[in-house]
Design a protein around this ligand. Sequence first.
Ligand code: HAX
Length: 440
Amino acid sequence: MATLKETLFKKIQEHRPRTTRLVKEFGDVKLGEVTISQAIGGARGVKCLVTDISYLDPMEGIRFRGMTIPETFAALPKVPGCEYPYVEGFWYLLLTGEVPTMEQTLQVVEDFKARAEVPRYVIDLLRTMPRDTHPMTMFSSAILAMQRESIFAKKYAEGMSKMDYWDPMYEDCCNLMAKLPEIAAYIYRMKYKGDTPIASNKDLDMGGNFAHMMGIAKPYDDVARMYFILHSDHESGNVSAHTTHLVASALSDAYYSLSAGINGLAGPLHGLANQEVLGWTQDFMNKLGGKVPTEEELKKALWDTLNSGQVIPGYGHAVLRKTDPRYTSQMEFCQKNLPDYPLFKLVNMIYKVAPGVLMEHGKAKNPWPNVDAQSGVIQWYYGLTEYDFYTVLFGVGRALGVLANITWDRALGYAIERPKSVTTAMLEEAAGITKKAASN
Ligand code: HAX
């Protein structure tokens, strides 16, 4: 049986001529125009990134390697006795575009186990950080500290052909991916559970071992598998994916690149929104003395938030224009596993009321919930109540997508990123407001 790496290499060899041909023969074909709004407004909708790992349709939501979320969950081999698939099998799918067999999946499970040990100096570093440091800062620092392990950096310094870049990048990405669950769980137990880390159990798959190291009983292993897969990738333009890709485009290795991407994920408009959602929801419930509000009370609270100039966390999206299927998937999990949980009921009520309020408010282009609107409730229910940790969970999942992406970036020789900037005076000239742009 071919290994994941051998299968990946075959795919890379098949794919390379497609990219070469597009650039050589069709390099001048236009994909669109860039408007002033796009230049000032965060490059929304500008088509200038290429990835085959996932695609986000505004109306349909994410597809991983062409498959919707339900199709992905149904197709991948499942851990015996569990409802969700092996995360390792999903990694195989992201890298190769092929659904692995159980045998191929178990090969990755074993490969990751061999790579999973976290160097002692990473633990030492984490222990020197003040305990009130945000867990995302700890997570990013741990990843960056491991840069000295980079095989890519070593091979590059020795001199290697561009055609071979993907190989050490793949090794770095696998080494990193295998270690992230243990780093995350260590931070959690050190910071929030009285410094009581739980040793890894080599008999378990990634999701099972993560739940074990977190000290949370079943079915949290399935929650972890679901959560990591759902948060893995959302095509290339979101802040964490784009940052990882951008930094890697300078031939910075996977450690530098992922650490940077994780820093982007830590922003409240991106991954941190999941902690904000729960904070907002619980503050509101506390104000009402713990009771589930009426729709009128909820409407007022939403308007109060908007009128104070804040966003409603968990709602809106830069690309999506409907309810995020990642939200729906988590909602279905809640309906099955925690249908009567008051916090879930409140989140459902927000789903009923918030889109109408946002439409009336008239600003958000998408009034529907995104991935972050639901995820904290599930974590809280299973005892993970320290909500500033939620973005770390997101980060472990997001690593799957962005690391698969930068492996392919190196395989296809994507260039160093360098978009062009213009001055405001040039925009005014282009708009016809002024005749001649002042030079600066
Ligand atoms: N509540 C209030 N106002 C909102 C809003 C929300 N949930 N979503 C968008 N808006 C506002 C924007 O702030 C913007 O206002 P200004 O014109 O005054 O600047 C206006 O509506 C237009 O914004 P948009 O084009 O609809 O949205 P953007 O592409 O600019 O931003 C965001 C997308 C996700 C950042 C935005 O919807 C937002 O801030 N949502 C709340 C935070 C959140 O849930 N973030 C997580 C997103 C998912 C994710 O990446 N997870 O990691």
